[in-house]
Design a binder for this molecule. Structure first.
Ligand code: SAH
Length: 225
């Protein structure tokens, strides 16, 4: 398990004042069925308020998605926790690919738990902000790329796990091609209003999806923004 340092006095100060808010969020996630102590520990220590604009910082420890600009959102903490748990449940992955960096929060949660995180974002401005946050928090095991994440990141494949944080109607075959044979892919699939969180694993014959619940994510879009 990695421990982040909070290098600037500013970050340290904010981190301390929000510790109680983080503790309350962890209690709430536990009450709502999140069990993995590793996931709860990371959420209890990662300063989510640094992943949203200052004007929204006071709401950062509510269990809700918040706007991060360009029509996108930082995922709800419960969703981040459930997806992370769904990935770890199988076995501890070493190499994880995330599609949809957004604020960088989900990537930062993963980076505290696994060796190497790769993340792809189609909107350059969001990616720049996320990279700035990783630097500020001293997180050095995330590699990020500005690209259409539906193509994955073949140069770094195979991945032990792939996480989609935006919803498509289907999962592109090229992503399964980049997954290790015993890997796991977790993400929302379906049309707006009818999305389900799925976890795919290979049963020896094909990739089989298991439904983890109903969710609401922003859409997976084509091209670059
Ligand atoms: N994991 C993020 C959630 C951000 S919302 C967080 O923790 O904050 C989903 C993100 O997916 C948005 O930033 C959106 O721009 C991005 N996205 C949508 N389609 C994409 C695509 N084809 N490739 C890469 N990123 C994409």
């Amino acid at each position: 398990m990695r421990l982040f340092s909070l290098p600037t006095p500013e970050a340290r100060g904010l981190g301390m004042t929000s510790q109680r808010a983080r503790d309350r969020l962890v209690e709430r996630l536990r009450a709502e069925g999140i069990r993995d102590p590793r996931v709860l520990e990371v959420i209890g220590r990662l300063p989510r308020h640094l992943f949203v604009e200052e004007a929204l910082a006071s709401r950062a420890y509510e269990d809700t998605a918040l706007p991060i600009g360009r029509g996108q959102t930082i995922s709800q903490p419960w969703v981040v926790a459930r997806m992370t748990e769904a990935v770890l449940e199988h076995k501890l992955p070493e190499r994880v690919l995330e599609i949809g960096t957004g604020s960088g929060y989900q990537a930062a949660v993963l980076a505290a738990l696994v060796k190497n995180v790769y993340t792809v974002e189609r909107i350059e401005e969001l990616l720049r902000n996320a990279r700035r946050r990783f630097r500020k928090l001293g997180i050095d095991n995330i590699r990020s790329r500005h690209d259409d994440g539906r193509l994955g990141w073949p140069e770094h494949a195979p991945f032990d796990a792939i996480l989609l944080t935006a919803a498509g109607e289907t999962v592109a075959a090229s992503l399964f091609d980049q997954l290790a044979p015993d890997g796991v892919l977790v993400g929302p699939v379906g049309a707006p209003g009818a999305q389900r969180l799925l976890r795919y694993r290979h049963d020896g014959k094909a990739w089989v999806g298991e439904t983890l619940g109903a969710v609401s994510f922003v859409p997976l879009l084509g091209g670059l923004g």
